[in-house]
Design a protein around this ligand. Structure first.
Ligand SMILES: [Zn+2]
Length: 142
């Protein structure tokens, strides 16, 4: 599991000027459904996200998702003192409206979760020892 301490060590303090952050021009072939055309994210997110988005499209699982709810957002973890991994742009949220914190799995379908977990992401819907966060996918390692 990736931690805020690991992100801090590799990328430094969260900032929109951080050199790990890039404006990713998402390839046109991936601009399907709710996948954004441009994404301000960590450069380390691009390769795994490309793999996950490609799988979402190829399997049709993209149709299970209704909203994209963000990537880069400097903030503390909900109910916590440490930085959210969104602070370094290494996490993605989808369908927040129906995947509230604390609900295991939420409304996230298995095939959506599989597209991400097989592409290098951990899924908040299956966390052990942490409050479930089924809308949330984050890089498993950096
Ligand atoms: Zn999140």
């Amino acid at each position: 599991m990736l931690t805020a301490a690991q992100c801090l060590a590799k990328y430094g303090p969260p900032s929109d000027k951080n050199r790990c952050m890039v404006l990713w021009d998402v390839p046109a072939s991936l601009e399907i459904g709710i996948i954004p055309k441009r994404l301000y994210c960590n450069r380390d997110l691009i390769e795994p996200a490309t793999a996950a988005f490609t799988k979402l499209i190829q399997t049709g699982a993209i149709r299970d998702l209704l909203t994209f709810d963000g990537c880069f957002n400097i903030r503390k973890k909900r109910g916590g003192a440490t930085w959210s991994l969104h602070s370094w742009g290494v996490a993605l949220d989808f369908d927040a409206f129906r995947n509230r914190m604390g609900v295991p799995n939420g409304a996230m379908t298995h095939r959506v979760a599989e597209c991400f977990t097989s592409s290098g992401f951990d899924w908040g819907g299956m966390w052990k020892g942490r409050t479930y966060d089924p809308q949330h996918f984050e890089l498993a390692k950096i």
